[in-house]
Design a protein around this ligand. Sequence first.
Ligand SMILES: C[N+](C)(C)CCCC[C@H](N)C(=O)O
Length: 264
Amino acid sequence: MPVEEFVAGWISGAVGLILGHPLDTVKVLGFFKGMSFPIGSVAVVNSVLFGTYSNSLLLLSSTSHQARKTQPPNYGHIFVAGSIAGFVQAYCLAPFDLIKVRLQNQTEPRARPGVAPSQYRGPLHCARTILREEGPQGLFRGAWALVLRDTPTLGLYFLTYEGLSWWLTSDSKEPGSATMLVAGGFAGIISWTTATPLDVVKARMQMDGLKQREYRGLLDCMVSSARQEGPGVFFKGLTLNSARAFPVNAVTFFSYEHLLRLLS
Ligand SMILES: C[N+](C)(C)CCCC[C@H](N)C(=O)O
């Protein structure tokens, strides 16, 4: 099993996260809060994403990453391989994403005189508190919403990237840097635009375990959110998601492709 995709995915994930974390945190509340933690976790999850995608596509279409640049694989295979990778990475991501969202939702990361200290002092304290107060299943709160959010939208993510790369590159040539940046950026926008409704639901499910349980499940969260705030609630954060998605994923695919050329 080629491992260079996992290594390139890990490094490119870290590069993309550093670029996009401020906008991601503004969407959830804060700013650079809670970044130290996802640098390690999201980079690992990105490694799982790209490694699983590339190896799933190798199994489905028997074409290596390099060979795919000169002969386009079946786009159905790309979507299926991307969806498999989305499903697998969602389970790896769930505990890390929960801790990130809980930390980002804290308005006071450190105790100040006269201000009640936040519930979590940091990522490890957050994980320990969730385990103690909500049990091991508490670390997977919102996991189902994450799986439903990421499985189809990561299929779209890779489909957009591979399709645009192929369309923007003349025959039998390798995609250039500008193509990687443009195709990666649009892959991020398409993926985040389709993922935003379930991203809203996921964040609400992740925060639901903090105090009293407000939702009886994923569907109840969707129905009561729409009933209380109108259908527009499912597009909260779309502008920020899209503004963040283009540069983050342009850089992610750019660094991934160049690292692969170095490593293989
Ligand atoms: C599937 N979903 C749209 C949620 C994410 C797709 C892009 C993931 C990328 N690491 C980023 O942070 O933008």
